[in-house]
Design a binder for this molecule. Structure first.
Ligand code: ATP
Ligand code: MG
Length: 472
């Protein structure tokens, strides 16, 4: 539960930090940048004005001094036109003309400290050597005549106007940022809708699963990563629930399969001891008891075998061998059983030899299981067809009988452990229902497939594939 809140808080905090940092950035950096830009802009405008005036006054400076009033009038006009004050000084800083001079109040303030090279640029901001009370932008341009500097044209504009403009622009920036900040709230909402809420549901479900409640529904129908995650989790829960189910079924199956032979063994032995079965019949019932113990042994061995597969995966000893000859050998081991039931094999084998790449012993076991089933579930006087074919680098091996067949509903289940069809129970009391499960494990360990085609009352065909050997 804690986890949810932290993630959400983190996101919210990030959002707030984004807002605060953005604000600080604008007030610290953007405001300065705007002001600098405006000052430079204004300075270059005034510079052009100064330049023009300087060009005018260069030659005429002497004259201008004589006709001071005319010059002043003209200068004042230009200054008014450019929205600034204009001052002309000589190289000693002595003021020659100043547009700000009102008629009559002729101030001839000397700016003796003035040094055009000091600021390294063509303008400066501030009180201009104590001339102004308010900060001003002062732009200067030299008046030259025959490569000598005679003086300077200096234009002054109050900084207040520029700052005012700068503040107005800054406000626009603030408003824009605020809009972006509010808009980015959308991201927060989208995040909580797309990630946070489903994540919370998923965590809730995961907690339930951890507690063992595998039935807890987790439904997030979406085609994104969250949907995928929840789907996977859901699938996992179902699989666990199913395997728990399987486990229970497995145990009850084992118990059942052990109990029935044990019950009959005990029954027969008790009957022999208390004399219910007369001594002359002992041999017959002891044979039954022996058969039952055989079945128990087979069951135990089968279980051990299956278990060993699961633990370490199956260790295969892969070699190239001739499957045709393995089929022939296996068929021979069934001679006695076949004779009893008058069953014949029909072998339809591809080529003289068909080399496959697999674990020969394990494949022998597969064939044994399939042929054993085919004989067990065939009627007397029938034929079992075993066929090998070659297709796309694969050998297909089919074992086909015309016996009792498998009911439609059971076809999917015959490879399950302990599964036996109702049809077969009467025919084969010794069967453990493990044969096909082992067979399937073996084929799967080879990365191959096994399939069954069967019709109830008509017969069954089991087909499995093997890899054809490369160096043929
Ligand atoms: P085991 O192989 O241990 O002797 P089993 O033969 O009963 O026991 P599997 O080989 O796993 O067990 O077969 C499972 C069940 O599938 C059988 O009990 C039977 O019902 C059905 N089955 C298998 N092969 C055939 C077949 N050729 N024809 C009809 N039913 C079959
Ligand atoms: Mg079998």
């Amino acid at each position: 539960m804690k986890f949810h809140k932290t993630l959400y808080l983190k996101f919210l905090l990030t959002y707030l930090i984004f807002g605060i940092l953005g604000f600080i950035l604008i007030s610290a950096l953007t405001s300065r940048m705007i002001l600098r830009f405006l000052v430079q802009n204004e300075a270059s405008r005034l510079y052009a004005t100064c330049q023009l005036i300087a060009a005018d006054y260069g030659v005429e400076l002497g004259k201008a001094l004589k006709e001071r009033d005319d010059a002043l009038r003209e200068l004042t006009r230009t200054a008014g036109y450019s929205g600034c004050d204009i001052r002309i000084i000589d190289t000693n800083g002595r003021q020659i003309l100043y547009s700000g001079d009102n008629e009559g109040s002729v101030t001839s303030s000397n700016i003796s400290d003035f040094d055009a090279a000091s600021s390294g640029t063509y303008y400066m901001t501030g009180d201009f050597y104590g001339v102004f009370d308010e900060p001003h932008l002062s732009v200067f341009y030299p008046i030259t005549y025959r490569y000598t500097i005679l003086g300077y044209v200096i234009a002054h504009a109050p900084m207040a106007e520029i700052s005012d403009l700068s503040n107005r622009l800054l406000n626009i920036t603030y408003i824009t940022f605020l809009a972006i900040f509010i808009l980015s709230l959308l991201i927060l909402i989208l995040f909580s809708h797309a990630v946070y809420n489903p994540l919370r549901k998923t965590i809730r479900a995961a907690e339930e699963y951890a507690r063992g409640n595998m039935e807890y529904p987790l439904e997030i129908h979406r085609h994104d990563e969250m949907g995928y995650l929840s789907g996977t989790l859901n699938f996992m829960a179902q699989e666990i629930a199913r395997s728990e189910d399987d486990q229970k079924k497995f145990i009850s199956n084992i118990s059942h399969d052990f109990r029935s032979p044990l019950t009959s063994i005990r029954g027969y032995l008790a009957a022999m001891i208390d004399g219910t079965i007369p001594p002359e019949l002992h041999e017959k019932y002891l044979t039954i008891v022996l058969n039952e113990t055989e079945r128990l042994t087979k069951l135990t061995n089968g279980l051990l075998e299956l278990n060993s597969f699961n633990e370490k995966g199956m260790i295969l000893t892969i070699t190239d061998f001739d499957i045709n000859s393995v089929i022939k050998q296996t068929c021979e081991t069934f001679e006695v059983q076949c004779n009893k039931k008058k069953i014949a094999f029909e072998l339809i084998l591809t080529g003289h030899e068909l080399f496959v790449n697999a674990d020969a012993d394990k494949i022998k076991q597969v064939l044994y299981n399939l042929i054993d089933n085919a004989i067990k579930f065939s009627h007397s006087n029938s034929i079992i067809k075993i066929e090998t074919t070659e297709k796309n680098d694969k050998a297909f091996i089919s074992v086909k009988d015309s016996g009792i067949g498998i009911p439609k509903d059971s076809i999917k289940l015959v490879f399950d452990r302990f599964y036996k069809t109702d049809l077969s129970r009467g025919k084969d009391k010794k069967g453990t229902g493990l044969g096909l499960a082992i067979t399937k494990e073996i084929i799967q360990a080879h990365n191959q497939n096994i399939n069954v085609i069967s019709t109830e009352g008509v017969g069954s065909e089991f087909i499995f594939t093997l890899k054809i050997s490369d160096n043929e």
